[in-house]
Design a protein around this ligand. Structure first.
Ligand code: SF4
Length: 344
């Protein structure tokens, strides 16, 4: 792709203006938007009710993002599917498809690589390569939905990348994903996960979206957090929790604190007491995650029984807690691992 307009990255209003400039009738934008964002067309040639001359003109004057599937792994345990996509410039990103009884959830990437450098994460090891466009993020979902021939009901932006480090495109993505002319997914079924970019959280709060914001806290003390997340050098836990409280106040939506339990690191009673205070201050829900073993680090996940002990102690302190189920344990589980395997 060069600097041409990517048709899939245009909102309905922008597409309408673009086609008007090409002297197309006004109904054309709705037709095309539906092909791209509802019928999930893989190419302009799939749009059979568009005049051939127009399709040719569009191929000449614009681009059309469509990811190609490089690898697909399917878990024999729970049907989780992991996809590795090739982008137009040869870069790779991964996404996950999780079938639940209440519908299909997908977890998508927002950047190629990531510059946040969290120590427990395989995605950040090679640094940031580039941001994904809204169209590329949407297409991760569209291609998975098309391959499975099933609808998606929940979207989690928790794969490779820090979504709020790609702020404008993530906002565009949310608007297009929840547009009634597109997949029309309810904002309440969209979760965006951040490692805690305080300024962007405050910015996002003003949008008053109804999405769920998940904040990777992982440690209740600055010193401990610095050991695992370099972003903690920029923003203190205090500033982060204040931003979370502000987000909840502005949007009326309770935020989630993600807490990866690392054996012997952030799992003491002192940690529980501090985490309780922070969760209460922000009115947050706590989601416990057994840390993912990454080849390049030596973090150990606590025993399953310990997760329950930790959970019960928080619950006694009247904190709302869940434990994240680990999906697709027999395939390349944790975020970033499939892409890293490919790069290696
Ligand atoms: S955990 Fe998220 S923010 Fe941290 S390095 Fe990995 S992808 Fe980036």
């Amino acid at each position: 792709m060069d600097n041409k307009t990517d048709l899939k990255n245009l909102t309905m209003e922008e597409l309408t203006a673009f086609l008007q400039d090409m002297n197309q009738p006004s109904y054309r934008a709705k037709q095309m938007y539906s092909w791209m964002h509802q019928k999930l067309a893989g190419s302009l040639d799939d749009m059979t009710n568009l005049p051939k001359a127009l399709r040719e003109q569009l191929k000449d004057q614009a681009d059309y993002t469509c990811l190609s599937m490089h690898e697909r792994q399917i878990s024999k345990i729970d049907g989780t599917q992991k996809f590795l996509w090739e982008l137009h410039d040869g870069q790779m990103v991964e996404s996950v498809w999780m079938p639940y009884h209440h519908g299909n959830s997908v977890c998508i990437s927002s950047q190629v690589g990531c510059r946040m450098g969290c120590k427990f994460c395989a995605s950040g090891i090679g640094g940031l390569v580039r941001n994904l466009s809204a169209a590329e993020m949407l297409d991760e979902i569209y291609r998975m939905s098309a391959v499975n021939n099933e609808r998606v009901s929940n979207v989690v932006v928790m794969g490779t990348g820090e979504p709020l480090d790609n702020y404008d495109q993530i906002l565009r993505f949310i608007h297009m994903l929840t547009d009634e002319n597109g997949l029309n997914i309810s904002q309440r079924n969209v979760t965006v996960s951040t490692c805690g970019l305080v300024d962007q959280i405050r910015e996002l709060a003003k949008e008053k979206l109804q999405i769920t914001l998940a904040i990777s806290l992982h440690a209740a003390f600055d010193e401990k957090r610095k050991q695992i997340m370099p972003i903690a050098y920029k923003y203190s836990v205090d500033e982060l929790v204040d931003a979370a409280a502000y987000y909840a106040e502005q949007t009326g939506r309770r935020v989630t604190f993600e807490y990866s339990l690392i054996e012997g690191n952030n799992d003491s009673d002192e940690d529980i007491a501090a985490l309780t205070k922070l969760a209460k201050r922000a009115g947050a829900h706590v989601n416990l995650i057994p840390v993912n073993p990454v080849t390049e680090t030596d973090f150990k996940a606590p025993k399953a029984a310990f997760l329950d002990v930790f959970k019960n102690k928080l619950e006694k302190n009247r904190i709302n807690v869940t434990i994240r189920r680990s999906m697709g344990r027999d395939i390349d589980g944790a975020c970033g691992q499939l892409r890293r395997k490919y790069l290696r």
